[in-house]
Design a protein around this ligand. Structure first.
Ligand code: ZN
Ligand code: FE
Length: 266
C-alpha cells in the first residue's frame, strides 16, 4: 500500500510580534495561513518549508491578525476567507455561522462558527477531519483565558465560549496568542483547589521554560482548567463573592462578566 505524504495535513507554528501565533496548515507542498498579522515570518516559513501559499484565513479585523495580508497578496494570488461582518475589505470569501468551506488544493473542509465578543464579527474555524478536530479561534478562547471584550457584551462572549466548549474534548485549540502563563496565574487565584489547573501550570511552565509554545491546548484541557469555561464552579463563584465582585445568587453570565472584569485589572 502506498500513501501519499501530501494527503497528510499538519500545522506549523509561526511566532510573530511579541506573543502572536500565525498558523500554517500544509500538506508538504501547499499551505493556508491563519491570521497573518505580519507577512515576513509567513514568507520565511513558506520558504524554509518549500511551501506555496494557497489561501488566507482570517478570524477578525485587528491589525495583528490581518496586517500581513496586502504584502502576501502581492506575492500570492489566493482567496482571503474571513468574517462577513467584521469590516475587513480584503476578504474575498465572506463567512458566517454554519458556512462550510473547502480550502483550495489542501482539500480541507472547515466549519465556520460566529463567536462575537472580542469583536462583533469574530469567527472561528473548525476542521473535523481527518482525525483529531482542529479549532482556529483567533482571540476568543485562549490557553486558560479568553479575549478581551473590545466590542461585544459579556453575554455574547459567554455564548461564544459555550459554543467552543461544546466541541469534542480532543479538539486541538489553535488560538492566536501565547498568554497561557499569565492566564494560569489568574486561574489559580480564582480556583486554588483545582488539581488539573495546578498540573497544567506545572507542565505549561516547563514548556515555556524550554522555549516551547503551550499552544495548541485542547477543549478538554480548557474545560478542566479555564475559569471562563468554568463559571458554574462553586469555588470560582466563592472567590468572586469573597472579593466583593459578585452577589451570592448570580447567574452564570454575571459570573463570566465579573471574572472578565477582574482579569482586566489582575
Ligand atoms: Zn484581536
Ligand atoms: Fe490578537
Amino acid at each position: 500500500m502506498t500513501t501519499s505524504p501530501h494527503t497528510e495535513l499538519s500545522i506549523l507554528t509561526v511566532p510573530a510580534f511579541n506573543d502572536n501565533y500565525l498558523w500554517l496548515i500544509h500538506d508538504g507542498e501547499h499551505a493556508a495561513v491563519v491570521d497573518p498579522g505580519d507577512a515576513a515570518p509567513v514568507q520565511a516559513a513558506l520558504a524554509a518549508h518549500k511551501l506555496r501559499l494557497t489561501s488566507i484565513l482570517l478570524t477578525h479585523h485587528h491589525a495583528d491578525h490581518i496586517g500581513g495580508v496586502p504584502a502576501l497578496l502581492r506575492e500570492w494570488d489566493v482567496p482571503v476567507f474571513g468574517p462577513r461582518n467584521d469590516g475587513i475589505e480584503l476578504v474575498t470569501d465572506k463567512l458566517g455561522e454554519g458556512d462550510r468551506i473547502r480550502l483550495p488544493v489542501l482539500d480541507l473542509e472547515l466549519e465556520v462558527i460566529d463567536v462575537p465578543g472580542h469583536t462583533l464579527g469574530h469567527i472561528a474555524y473548525v476542521a473535523r477531519t481527518p482525525g483529531v478536530p482542529w479549532l482556529f479561534c483567533g482571540d476568543t478562547l485562549f490557553g486558560a483565558g479568553c479575549g478581551r471584550l473590545f466590542e461585544g457584551t459579556p453575554a455574547q462572549m459567554a455564548d461564544s465560549l459555550g459554543k467552543l466548549g461544546a466541541l469534542p474534548d480532543e479538539t486541538l485549540v489553535y488560538c492566536a496568542h501565547e498568554y497561557t502563563m499569565s492566564n494560569l496565574k489568574f486561574a489559580q487565584a480564582v480556583e486554588p483547589d483545582n488539581a488539573a489547573l495546578a498540573a497544567r501550570a506545572e507542565s505549561d511552565g516547563a514548556l515555556r521554560a524550554a522555549g516551547r509554545p503551550t499552544i495548541p491546548s485542547s477543549v478538554g484541557v480548557e474545560k478542566a482548567t479555564n475559569p471562563f469555561l468554568r463559571v458554574t464552579s462553586a469555588r470560582i463563584v466563592r472567590s468572586l463573592v469573597e472579593a466583593g465582585r459578585l452577589a451570592e445568587s448570580a447567574a452564570p453570565v454575571e459570573v463570566f462578566a465579573a471574572l472578565r472584569e477582574w482579569k482586566n485589572t489582575f
